[in-house]
Design a protein around this ligand. Structure first.
Ligand code: NAD
Length: 263
């Protein structure tokens, strides 16, 4: 299926590795010109070169910390200048630290909200006026299954991600008549470097092998396996497509059946 993304421009936040990288790659493969950001330059430049070489699409690498307001403004400015617009915005960032509620200060909460909620607020605010002018846009917010089924020991993430779902739904309604769709995707356990690192840390702490830790996660997933970044990227590319024009305000989990609730 041709997703109609040739000639479109996309900004994928936090995309030097992991889910963001897989999404940028998929959009580039579908013919979009893509801008990616992350805090560090080295890995980012390497990722951009890899994607550009494989897909032949234009890939712009811009260092930016999405939890910092001024970085977000200059990032969006630079993408507009270089790519001439942003048709597709994928809001993504790193994850906040785990831990029990009473261990976190106001500062920790502010940092988590800056990273996982305000980054999406600021990026959307900077990009939406341009999408409104064009009468076309796709905003896809990367959250987590934690927004549908809170994960123990991840209170910062559980709270911030639910905020993003509320933001996403509200924006979807506000923008529905202007050709802009807004959706959230909620990944379950997808095998990225970050998840591999989490398994290694737990294995060390609990005295088990990494394989045993991975198996303990797989047992909680009805399909019995972790997801692949490419599977998530395919969903995001579809939500960005011409064909997905009537899908807005949804929060779709991609989790092998992990979430037990009805919605
Ligand atoms: P990852 O660590 O593999 O990649 C994170 C990317 O974000 C990297 O490119 C990193 O450089 C960049 N980044 C981190 N903080 C940033 C910042 N402040 N500004 C700009 N770039 C920043 O992680 P991932 O597994 O790809 O996860 C991406 C997001 O999805 C995270 O918020 C994570 O919590 C969430 N998530 C992941 C999973 C999963 O199973 N992988 C599941 C649910 C939610």
């Amino acid at each position: 299926m041709d997703l109609g993304l040739t000639g479109r421009t996309a900004l994928v936040a936090a995309a030097s590795r992991g889910l963001g990288k897989a999404i940028a790659w998929e959009l580039a493969r579908e013919g979009a010109a893509v801008a990616i950001c992350a805090r560090g330059k080295e890995q980012l430049k390497q990722t951009a070169a890899e994607i550009a070489q494989d897909t032949g699409s234009r890939v712009l690498a811009l260092a930016a910390d999405v939890s910092v307001a001024r970085d977000v403004f200059s990032l969006v400015d630079a993408v507009m200048q270089h790519l001439g617009g942003i048709d597709i915005l994928v809001n993504n960032a790193g994850g906040p630290p785990p831990g029990p509620f009473l261990t976190f200060s106001d500062e920790d909460w502010r940092a988590a909200l800056d990273l996982n909620l305000l980054s999406a607020v600021r990026l959307s605010r900077a990009v939406i006026p341009h999408m409104q002018q064009c009468g076309w846009g796709r905003i896809i917010n990367l959250t987590s299954v934690a927004a549908k089924q809170p994960i123990p020991d991840l209170v910062l993430s559980n709270a911030a991600r639910s905020g993003v779902i509320g933001l996403s739904k509200t924006l979807a309604l506000e923008l529905a008549a202007s050709g802009i769709t807004v959706n959230s995707v909620c990944p379950g356990f997808i095998l990225t470097d970050r998840v591999r690192q989490l398994f290694r840390a737990r294995a060390e702490k609990e005295g088990h092998s990494v394989q045993e830790i991975q198996k303990s996660y797989e047992r909680q997933i009805p399909q019995g396996r972790l997801g692949r970044p490419q599977e998530l990227a395919a969903l995001v590319a579809f939500l960005a497509s011409e064909q997905a024009g009537y899908i807005t305000g949804t929060a779709i989990q991609l989790d092998g059946g992990y979430v037990r609730g009805l919605f």
